[in-house]
Design a protein around this ligand. Sequence first.
Ligand code: CU
Length: 161
Amino acid sequence: MRYERFLQGIAVAGGLLLGASADAHDPGHPTHLSFSAGEPGDPLKPSRTIEIVMSRQVPKMYYRPDTIEVRRGEQIRFVLKNADNLKDHEFVLATAKENHDHAEAMKANPNMEHNEPNAKRLRSKQTGELLWRFTKEGEFEFSCNIPGHREAGMVGKVVVK
Ligand SMILES: [Cu+2]
């Protein structure tokens, strides 16, 4: 399947840093990725739209809103707007620890580009979408892991109930 191969490519390309891990517990099936915060959405199934604006008001950078609540199993269509007139921003759905570790890794490699199923990078004034199903209860994060941005406030919380 093309999509599975695509996901495997991501695992090899560094998806491990992005809240994804290869899951090979079932020997009858090819290795597939699992994500800490849920799974990529299905465009044929219903979803709720949540708009998130990413921007900056010196010295702070932010998401608005920066806290969202979803039901377990709910599918969310994130409409992401980078309202910043200068900078790229990204939106990475993962656990707090994964985002923290990923931000640290990006300090050594600030030009990493992320457009995996759980992540989107947007240029200044660009809009994008990310479809996601939250299959696990708990607290997750969206974070911009471009060096300095998380520290300046670009981190949000997802509570899955
Ligand atoms: Cu940013």
